[in-house]
Ligand binder design. Structure first.
Ligand code: 3AM
Length: 386
């Protein structure tokens, strides 16, 4: 039955937007530091989903991903490292982070929740506490060690009510097992595919995500892949940011990032143009996620990637299809997020004071909505399996 459930979920949902890494800027490789008090960590060079990766043949920034970038860390001027060396370094870092022991003994009752290019996510029970957990099993043959390291470290060091909690991690042969808090409502993407949100509920989701983003940004961390697929919800109405593989840690010496990473329809214009950028790229993506909540999908989502980039660059901020159907507060909130000029775009802290956000419903009021979305999805899956 579970196979049927999974198959029907994929079949009934709109096409998933692929995360991509376009280019990793070489200078950034040298300068972006790993999160404070953590072992030196190389910056990303590989996509989360290798199958969906695209590398820009030409662009304003250097094609660093293809040119054996040097390791990040204290020796920022170090010579370029071969990919194998970076892989080895990534593996070494991973070994120093993960727990020893056998996760197959620590957890039981595995049930697949979903799959991605990285591997799969399972629900399981912690045998010692009886607590439900989610375990993301990533194949290190399919993805880089660096992405895995990134995901673990950012999650582990970002304890916040609006960020999915890290529990534990293990290396099992060529797989990385990442145990995290189980979010029983699934992704916001799933919720949106089943139910429509009222403005007060959209305000609540935005507030919760902004709280998570404010936490990350105040620690100079850019998420870089904010979208409804990467926001998890709980049946109690909780809303949390997830998927930290593409995060970047900025530092006083390097206050901008240049790697073109993210998911095309959600990318800010400065990312598309290959310019140096800061945490406000996440605010643009949040604005696009706002449009997902209002219109059901992100702008240009069905277009081919090169066309998406062209449209983002050419059209500036995307527009609501029927602006008059929405309140002035919602329109103003989206306008503040979707400013093409980064300096005019509001920060997470500023947006938390925006009346659309402050007048949003309490998160607990999302519980009923998430329950009915879950029910709707289960009914669809039941029908598809019948
Ligand atoms: O494929 P779907 O959308 O049904 O909800 C996430 C997604 O399900 C789920 O795993 C699938 C692939 O990402 N997932 C990921 N992390 C989770 C977590 N911490 C999770 N479900 C619950 N808790």
């Amino acid at each position: 039955t579970s196979v049927c459930l999974q198959g029907s979920t994929t079949g009934s949902a709109p096409p998933l937007a692929d995360t991509v890494i376009e280019e990793v800027d070489e200078e950034e490789q040298n300068n972006i530091k790993p999160p404070a008090a953590l072992p030196p960590q190389p910056e990303l060079a590989e996509p989360l989903n290798t199958g969906s990766a695209i590398q820009r043949a030409a662009g304003p920034a250097s094609p660093a991903a293809a040119s054996a970038p040097p390791a990040a860390g204290p020796s920022s001027g170090s010579p370029a490292q071969q990919p194998e060396m970076r892989e080895e370094q990534g593996l070494k870092t991973l070994r120093s982070i993960v727990s020893l022991g056998e996760p197959m003994k620590k957890y039981r009752a595995f049930e697949e929740l979903g799959r991605g290019g990285f591997g799969a996510v399972y629900k399981a029970l912690d045998t010692s506490t009886g607590q439900q957990v989610a375990i993301k099993i990533m194949s290190l043959e399919e993805m880089s060690e660096e992405l895995a390291v990134n995901e673990i470290l950012v999650m582990r060091d970002s304890r916040n009510p609006n960020i999915v909690s890290y529990l534990d991690s293990y290396l099992v042969d060529t797989e990385l097992w990442l145990a995290m808090e189980f979010m029983d409502g699934g992704t916001l993407f799933d919720v949106l595919s089943a139910v429509s949100l009222e403005e007060g509920q959209i305000g609540a989701v935005c507030r919760e995500c902004l709280q998570g983003l404010h936490f990350l940004h105040s620690r100079q961390v850019i998420h870089s892949d904010i979208k409804s697929n990467n926001v998890l919800v709980g049946m109690d109405g909780s809303v949390k940011l997830a998927d930290f593989g593409l995060c970047a840690q900025l530092s006083p010496e390097r206050s901008k990032r240049s790697s073109s990473v993210g998911t095309p329809s959600w990318m800010a214009p400065e990312v598309v143009r290959g310019e140096a950028y800061g945490p406000k790229v996440d605010i643009w993506s949040l604005g696009i996620m706002g449009l997902e909540m209002v219109e059901g999908e992100a702008p240009y989502e069905r277009e081919a990637r090169p066309r998406v980039f062209e449209l983002i660059e050419r059209n500036g901020p995307p527009k609501l299809q029927n602006p008059k159907h929405h309140s002035a507060l919602l329109r103003d909130f989206l306008r503040c997020c979707l400013q093409a000029d980064e300096d005019r775009r509001w920060s997470a802290q500023e947006l938390l004071q925006h009346p659309f956000v402050t007048s949003g419903e309490p998160a607990s009021s999302l519980a009923a909505l998430i329950t009915s979305a879950k029910q709707e999805l289960e009914d669809w899956r039941g029908d598809a399996c019948a």
